[in-house]
Design a protein around this ligand. Sequence first.
Ligand code: SF4
Ligand code: SF4
Length: 82
Amino acid sequence: SLKITDDCINCDVCEPECPNAAISQGEEIYVIDPNLCTECVGHYDEPQCQQVCPVDCIPLDEAHVESKDELMQKYLALTGKK
Ligand code: SF4
Ligand code: SF4
């Protein structure tokens, strides 16, 4: 999963770009649900939120490091393909 840091300026650009609806407005900044974020595996070659964020505040979440295989399994589970 990726995560959003407190550099977030609440611009709302990333939220509609997420193919997994993993991004939502939190109490102070936007947040990513690690159970829903596949790092865009299954949908796109690059994390879409990272591509559009104007302040580059969406790094890898070290608390939720996953392999490409694990991310693909999550994608398949979320989309009902497995
Ligand atoms: Fe959504 Fe992809 Fe960003 Fe994860 S990396 S929050 S799936 S847009
Ligand atoms: Fe925050 Fe970046 Fe998303 Fe804008 S695009 S809401 S700055 S994380």
